[in-house]
Design a protein around this ligand. Structure first.
Ligand code: MG
Length: 252
């Protein structure tokens, strides 16, 4: 879907809630890790054929789906008998930004938007990814749903997170590649949601037809550019400019 079809009242938005994996960082890493490497290591550790190991691994997956355990590397280390954090650390060189993500973050911050990463990633996974990408330097805050006891798919998470982060939900746009998470954010009453349709740069775009969607953050940069022009013209005419005038930042 083209960026031009995104219909959010951007002039009322001051905060972007950014998912990490599949939105800012390339899901190609996670797909490789969980769909190839971990089943291989699991098969090797159990002395099993790869296909049999994959079947057992999928059964574990189904039991954890929709819960925080799905994202918890301690859970997977226990279930699979593998040191997930160490394996992840060993292949950390594969962790990368999605194309266009970093320029988007810079543009959004320069425009004065508050950028908050909100992820279901476990804190130990988060630490590995931050060390590799320094993502924390490009945003204002980073939150893990593990600190709130509920995944982003749940209403409880959004109530606790909004209170803790001091948000005004109507001024926030959630950008995420997970449709259940987008649905939860929408149900919470966020000012807008945008679904990422190509979270893995090595795979084709998905079709999303239930709300604003873009292939990636690079496409959304066009929307922010249009918003800026709109704001500038309103400032020139003297109407409501303060609502969307870029803030002066003092960060280094
Ligand atoms: Mg994601």
């Amino acid at each position: 879907m083209a960026a031009a079809t995104v219909t959010i009242n951007w002039s009322e938005i001051d905060t972007l809630l950014l998912d990490m994996d599949g939105t800012v960082l390339d899901l190609a890493f996670d797909n490789y890790f969980w769909l190839e490497l971990v089943p291989q290591r699991f098969a090797h550790a159990r002395g099993m054929a790869y296909e049999a190991a994959l079947e057992e691994f999928r059964a574990h997956n189904e039991r954890a789906l929709g819960t925080l355990n799905w994202y918890c590397i301690d859970h997977w280390s226990d279930q699979l008998g593998l040191d997930i954090a160490t394996i992840k650390h060993d292949v950390r060189h594969r962790i990368a930004y999605l194309p266009g993500a970093l320029p988007f973050l810079r543009a959004a911050r320069d425009f004065g938007l508050r950028l908050i990463v909100v992820t279901n990633a476990h804190r130990r996974t988060l630490a590995i990814k931050m060390r590799q990408t320094h993502l924390e330097r490009h945003v204002d805050a980073v939150y893990s749903s593990h600190d709130f006891g509920h995944p982003k798919e749940s209403a409880q998470f959004w109530r606790r997170f909004e209170s803790s982060a001091g948000l005004r939900r109507e001024r926030c746009v959630l950008i995420d590649d997970s449709r259940p998470v987008i649905a939860a954010g929408r149900a919470h009453g966020l000012g807008g949601t945008v679904t990422i349709t190509q979270p893995d740069s090595s795979r084709p775009r998905r079709t999303v037809d239930d709300g604003p969607a873009v292939a990636g953050l690079a496409d959304l940069a066009e929307v922010l550019g249009a918003r800026r022009l709109s704001c500038l013209s309103r400032e020139v005419s003297g109407a409501a400019g303060a609502v969307c005038r870029p803030r002066t930042r003092t960060r280094s």
